[in-house]
Design a protein around this ligand. Structure first.
Ligand SMILES: [Zn+2]
Length: 416
């Protein structure tokens, strides 16, 4: 028979847990370890940890799923009495092996959270024999605990605000990133002034006043609230969104050109234009040989579309160069759009002029557009993975776990 220390380690519980006995349960085909917290007389409220007098036996004995032992599913079983907490009333006691309200142990929760960041949905569900919705709930409680332990909003100076669609039918999340740590620090359902005001309420007046720079898309619901709440902050428009305005304009011109060719009965020409999409859209350094040839063809047969392409590339160069030189180039670029005789770009030039202070700020303050772009891309991917979670809050928790630096280490591995 194994000693208690070995059992404790096998079961992944700390030395504040007493292992009374271990048995094999035929009915559930699982290992069941009977445990209790050490010094059970000093019972603590499961929610706040305050010592409190006993209340009742709760719902009797309970089981917590823990990591498999070899091929077998394993459970801890213990009494779950309630204390009468001065603040929370009758509450189940705190146990050292599990988070409050959880049906799984810490070791199990942390393994699920780690796997949710590092592997596929299918692998987690198959390997751990749990439902995907359960993964959502576990990730949420891991992240909640980590955020309660360390204030995620301390020392914010340069932040980015964005919105991301997470479901069809105009469901959006508002997200906030910290440009200095590169982390996602907050996300919530909705994309309006009320949602964003909730973030600044959490931040509080003093920390709002310390924010120096806010990057965002040119949307009034964001900039109006930022101006009101962060009175010392400069607003810069996100380079990522600006480049998207320009690539969208180029795509619009390509579609117009294609439609014109189609209407004129130039079927082959229209088809070739349709296939030029990626050649126009990609950065020149990433083009394949075929795409390069396509681009050369566009330059020869459609001067207007090629001009639109050059305008896009020049704008990308301005964003990449940044600083005073970029400001001068931007002035020249705006003059170019005005005389381009491409209505879409004339309009784009007007839109950019209208937002000039925010764009100039983006060029002067060297904020990387990679952070907003990669966060945006990653959350889009996570929304697909999180499909099947019951609450949008679980998607938010998964995003924070992955992009907010809350992923716990696997059991018995050092924290990174
Ligand atoms: Zn309490």
């Amino acid at each position: 028979m194994l000693g208690v220390t070995v059992w404790r380690r096998l079961l992944g519980v700390c030395d504040r847990t007493v292992v009374e006995r271990v048995e094999f349960d035929e009915e559930t085909d699982a290992v069941v370890a009977h445990v209790r917290p050490r010094r059970a007389k000093k019972r603590q409220c499961g929610r706040c940890g305050v010592r409190a007098p006993g209340y009742d036996q709760g719902e009797g004995r309970r089981r917590w799923r823990t990591l498999d032992l070899g091929e077998l599913r394993s459970f801890l079983e213990a009494d779950a009495p309630r204390v009468n907490c001065p603040e929370h009333g009758p509450t189940v006691i705190a146990v050292p092996w599990a988070r409050h309200g959880a049906g799984h142990t810490r070791a199990f929760d942390n393994t699920v959270a780690w796997l949710a960041v590092h592997t596929s949905k299918m692998a987690i569900v198959e390997l751990l024999r749990i439902a995907w919705a359960t993964v959502g709930a576990i990730v949420a409680r891991v992240v909640d605990e980590a955020r309660a332990a360390v204030d995620p909003f301390d020392g914010l100076r340069r932040i980015g605000i964005d919105e991301i669609s997470y479901k069809r039918g105009h469901r959006y999340l508002t997200i906030v990133v910290d440009h200095d740590t590169g982390r996602l620090i907050w996300a919530a359902k909705g994309h309006d002034k009320n949602t964003l005001n909730r973030f600044f309420d959490l931040l509080g007046d003093q920390r709002c006043a310390a924010v120096r720079l806010v990057s965002c898309d040119a949307q009034e619901w964001i900039s109006d609230v930022v101006r009101l709440r962060c009175t010392n902050a400069t607003i810069c428009l996100d380079a990522f969104h600006l480049v998207k305005w320009v690539t969208d304009a180029l795509d619009e011109v390509r579609r117009e050109t294609w439609n014109e060719a189609r209407r004129a009965g130039m079927r082959t020409h229209a088809r070739d234009l349709k296939h030029a999409r990626y050649a126009l859209w990609k950065n020149p350094e990433d083009l394949t040989e075929r795409q390069e040839a396509k681009l050369a063809w566009v330059a020869k047969v459609n001067r207007r579309l090629h001009r639109a392409y050059l305008l896009k590339e020049q704008f990308r160069a301005i964003i990449a160069i940044k600083g005073r030189r970029a400001l001068k180039m931007l002035t020249a670029w705006l003059a170019w759009t005005a005389r381009s005789r491409i209505p879409t770009f004339v309009d784009l030039g007007r839109r950019i002029r209208k937002n000039l202070p925010g764009i100039q700020a983006a060029l002067v303050h060297d904020l990387s557009n990679a952070l907003i772009e990669s966060t945006n891309t990653k959350i889009r991917l996570l929304t697909r993975i999180a499909y099947g979670f019951k609450e949008p809050e679980h998607l938010i928790a998964l995003a924070l776990l992955d992009r907010g630096g809350y992923c716990p280490p696997l059991p018995r591995r050092p924290a990174r």
